[in-house]
Design a protein around this ligand. Structure first.
Ligand SMILES: [Cu+2]
Length: 236
């Protein structure tokens, strides 16, 4: 009798699986997996931004130039700064065809008080806060590194290989806001707060607009910008 019950359950489960299988949609073959940096450089440290600037100057220049190139990508590109940043929250639209949380975006837009609706994929105030953000940062890091690798190939001269090695080892830097102020710097590091920044480009040292200072939105047709983003044409 016991066996019969288990067997019946298995049959029921099987029929459920079969009907579920029929309902499964074909896998989208253009998904971009978050795999982190996969260029053979192994595990590399993430440096504090001021440490990177002071002790790893090639890496720092590549990071800034990669950020600049990333922000210059069309907002229609799913790997653009605009779209990858958007995974975290606004404009709360589907990324890479992954629907679900973004379904509520239109309702979220229509809500005057912005409450009770989904605000993007990001999970805060939940136990999966860390497990969600780790692969997200890995995706950001792999895109940043990919751009840096392309830029590194453009350097010429005897140091070319050093630039390529620095690019391979480049990981996402961070800002330790609790670190003691560095002598001669402000509490908010100058390299983050300056509108212009000096970097060594493939064609020599140049002063360029600092990509850490702001991002200028480049609206595209159909962009799901909300009032908040329209109020701030550049990020702070
Ligand atoms: Cu978050």
């Amino acid at each position: 009798m016991k066996f019969a019950t288990v067997f019946t359950d298995i049959l029921l489960l099987s029929s459920t699986l079969i009907s579920s299988t029929v309902a499964i949609k074909p896998r989208q073959n253009s998904y971009t997996p978050a795999v982190g940096v996969q260029n053979g450089s192994g595990k590399q440290p993430r440096y504090e931004i001021r440490v990177m600037h002071a002790s790893h100057p090639r890496m720092y220049s590549l990071f800034i130039l990669a950020m600049q190139a990333w922000q210059a990508m069309p907002q229609t590109d799913k790997m653009s700064f605009y779209q990858l940043s958007g995974i975290h929250g606004l404009p709360a639209v589907a990324w890479d065809g992954v629907t679900g949380p973004a379904k509520a975006a239109s309702a979220w837009n229509a809500s005057p008080d912005r409450s009770g609706y989904n605000t993007g994929y990001c999970t805060h105030s939940m136990t999966i806060f860390l497990p969600w953000h780790r692969p997200y940062l890995a995706l950001v890091e792999q895109q940043l590194n990919s751009l840096a690798m392309t830029i590194a190939q453009k350097y010429t001269g005897p140091d070319k290989q050093l630039w390529i090695v620095a690019a391979k080892k480049l990981r996402l830097p961070y800002w330790d806001w609790a670190q003691a102020r560095v002598a001669g710097d402000s509490s908010f590091p100058v390299i983050m707060g300056s509108s212009q920044i000096s970097v060594q480009t493939p064609t020599g040292w140049k002063s360029i607009p600092n990509p850490l200072f702001k991002y200028t939105f480049n609206d595209v047709p159909g962009a799901n910008h909300k009032t908040e983003l329209q109020m701030y044409p550049v990020s702070l």
